[in-house]
Design a protein around this ligand. Structure first.
Ligand code: HXC
Length: 525
């Protein structure tokens, strides 16, 4: 039988049309009604989110036609191509990125065996090709109809999150519900961004909470963006809406390398207002007991508008975040005298420790500003383990091999002095301002202990105490005892800070330090 050219062409056209139709069907996800519902809640669809976060036209989808294989509870009649998750790769600012974006319009974005396999596929590709992974989470959790295979699917993802940790940056954006085991994948990644009012994370929801503990709590109170940003520290960044969250992702990745073997991109252009060199002189108050905002010191040192604070609302006595100095990405860790005098407590120690470890894993040099009166005393802290938690920060700094510089602006007391990137735990260059006080403790407390008998025996104990306090302060409330011993490398004027830090990081550019051979360390968890 002869087949005419026209017949062949029309068959090809039919097949092409079929592909186009299939693509369109997949793009519709759970259908227009559910898309409308998604929009009416102020949420974008999975595909709209991918389009917004990636460079225009750069997204390549993988697995668009994957369908689930379940036949339970009538699911065989409810198959939607893509199975509730959009996966693939593209670029952000021209750099390769892998992504998955859960589609709530398809069975509530629930995770089936095949949905999990699609996510695992992009995770494997991200690892093999050394590029960041971004997860846009919007899911009702394990697909209830599928039972244990969906639970195993979660575990497949957790396993990969863990194996990828420290190899490629992993960012999670929570853009809808995230309950049950679903919260553990984001928790295993490096940073979490939650959208206000439309996202929440909890292991068990308000109903279970009510049954078990009789507490009445809303989803928002239990696990909303603010709750996790302020109380638990699970959330690193709050975004007002989906668009803001995706913009944050695009911005954050610019501070990170593609993987642990590379350096973060370094823009060759940057701004630095020279007026900041003058303004840094006037930040510290005359009275050394008065608070000030350490962010002003950070801002006056780094490139203009380059600070991206991480965990802004959590454990406020320490400030951490990414910044740039002459275009180069750095991590900043700074005690915050404006909050509880900058004391180190359980939360501030683990907040800073996690950030230090991220920076070290991804070759981001560390700049530390120190003004710390010590660890927070009290039964609450001791019983909840300030010892183990404080040790986390000590361990994180001691293990870090990236270039490290410390600037002591004022107090550096006691164990906290050791912990805050001291030279003895491997810091490369430590500076102190003339206002630095480097001692075992504050002069008042020190005088009370070491001159106890003299104070008690004195005619006027108060006067004696003050005299001894001054004596101790003269001896130690300055940076020179430490400088004499080489415990700090130099005493610098505040206005010299930026120049010294730039010169220091340049000098350390080729630093190559390796840890002793081991399977892995045992950080005090
Ligand atoms: C299958 C699900 C689903 C799920 C939602 N849907 N969750 N389908 N499995 N887990 C479906 C709904 O049937 C509905 O389908 C559609 O998604 C939208 O859900 P709604 O309930 O209408 O939406 P909403 O009112 O916004 O409520 C969203 C929700 C709620 C809060 C997420 O759906 C919910 O509570 N779902 C169950 C959450 C849960 O318990 N998941 C299991 C967690 S345990 P139609 O067809 O009507 O559109 C877990 C274990 C993992 O995840 C362990 C790993 C270690």
């Amino acid at each position: 039988m002869l087949i005419s050219k026209t017949t062949v062409n029309s068959r090809t056209m039919d097949k092409n049309q079929e592909l186009k139709n299939r693509r369109e069907a997949s793009k519709l996800g759970g259908g227009e009604k559910r898309i409308e519902r998604q929009h009416s809640q102020g949420k974008l669809t999975a595909r709209e989110r991918v389009t917004l976060v990636m460079d225009e036209g750069s997204f390549n989808e993988i697995g668009q036609f994957v369908e689930h294989r379940s036949t339970s509870f009538g699911l065989e009649k409810n198959k939607i191509p893509g199975d509730g998750v959009v996966t693939g790769f593209g670029t952000i600012h021209g750099r390769l990125i892998y992504i998955f974006s859960q589609d709530f319009t398809v069975l509530g974005g629930s995770l089936s065996e095949t949905h999990a396999a699609k996510i695992c596929r992009v995770m494997d590709l991200a690892m093999q090709n050394g590029a960041p992974l971004i997860g846009l989470n919007d899911s009702g959790g394990a697909r209830i109809q599928e039972g244990v295979v969906s639970l195993a699917g979660y575990a497949d993802i957790f396993y990969r999150n863990t194996r990828a940790s420290g190899v490629i940056p992993q960012l999670s954006v929570i853009m809808g519900p995230c309950a049950g085991g679903a919260v553990y994948s984001p928790a295993l990644t490096d940073f979490t961004i939650m959208v206000e009012d439309t996202s929440y994370m909890f292991v068990t929801g308000p109903n279970v909470v009510k049954t078990v503990t009789h507490e009445e709590v809303t989803s928002e109170e239990l696990g909303g963006a603010k709750t996790h940003a302020e109380k638990s520290g699970v959330n690193h960044f709050i975004a007002g809406n989906d668009i803001e969250a995706l913009k944050k992702v695009r911005d954050l990745v610019t501070f990170m390398p593609q993987n642990c073997n590379e350096l973060a991109p370094s823009p060759t252009m940057w701004d630095f207002k020279t007026s900041k060199i003058e303004s840094i002189k006037n930040i510290l108050p005359e009275n050394n007991q008065m608070p000030y905002d350490i962010r002003k010191v950070i801002e006056a040192t780094i490139d203009d508008n380059s600070f991206r604070e991480v965990h802004e609302d959590f454990a406020k006595s320490i400030v951490v975040g990414f910044a740039r100095i002459e275009g180069r990405s750095i991590g900043v860790v700074a005690n915050q005298p404006n909050s509880m005098a900058g004391v180190l407590d359980i939360d501030s120690s683990r907040k800073a420790a996690r950030f230090v470890r991220f920076c070290d894993a991804f070759n981001i040099p560390l700049l530390v500003f120190e003004d710390v009166p010590g660890f927070l005393p009290g039964t609450d802290q001791e019983w909840r383990g300030i010892i183990t938690n404080g040790a986390k920060l000590l361990y994180a700094f001691a293990e870090a091999t990236v270039p490290r510089i410390t600037v002591i602006t004022r107090k550096a007391y006691g164990g906290a002095f050791d912990v805050m990137n001291s030279k003895s735990i491997g810091s490369d260059l430590n500076f102190a301002w003339p206002t630095a006080e480097i001692a075992v403790m504050g002069a008042k407390g020190a005088a009370e202990i070491i001159f106890k008998r003299e104070i008690k025996a004195a005619e006027n104990p108060e006067e004696k105490w003050l005299e001894k306090e001054q004596e101790y302060a003269e001896m130690f409330a300055n940076p020179y005892r430490a400088a004499e011993r080489g415990i700090i490398d130099d005493v610098i004027l505040p206005e010299e800070t930026r120049a010294k830090v730039i010169a220091g990081f340049k000098m350390l550019e080729n630093k190559a330090e390796t840890l002793p051979k081991k399977k892995h360390g045992n950080i005090p968890l």
